[in-house]
Design a binder for this molecule. Structure first.
Ligand SMILES: [Zn+2]
Length: 61
């Protein structure tokens, strides 16, 4: 759980579970989804993309 301040409107959102949402929260003022930097490190998207590119290179040969 964490208290964060929305970078867009400055509203303080208390008790958000950003670990579960990988840093995503909903700004209720603008009604849009936002992702805070510094969260979501558990999701290693670059490594996944790298392995997919490696498989693609192998299939081309
Ligand atoms: Zn906001």
């Amino acid at each position: 759980m964490a208290d964060i301040v929305c970078p867009l409107c400055g509203t303080t959102y208390k008790g958000l579970n950003l670990d579960e949402t990988n840093g995503w929260f909903i700004c209720t003022k603008y009604n849009i989804d936002l992702c805070l930097p510094g969260y979501g490190k558990k999701v290693k998207i670059p490594l996944v993309n790298f392995s997919k590119n490696k498989e693609a290179n192998q299939s081309q040969r």
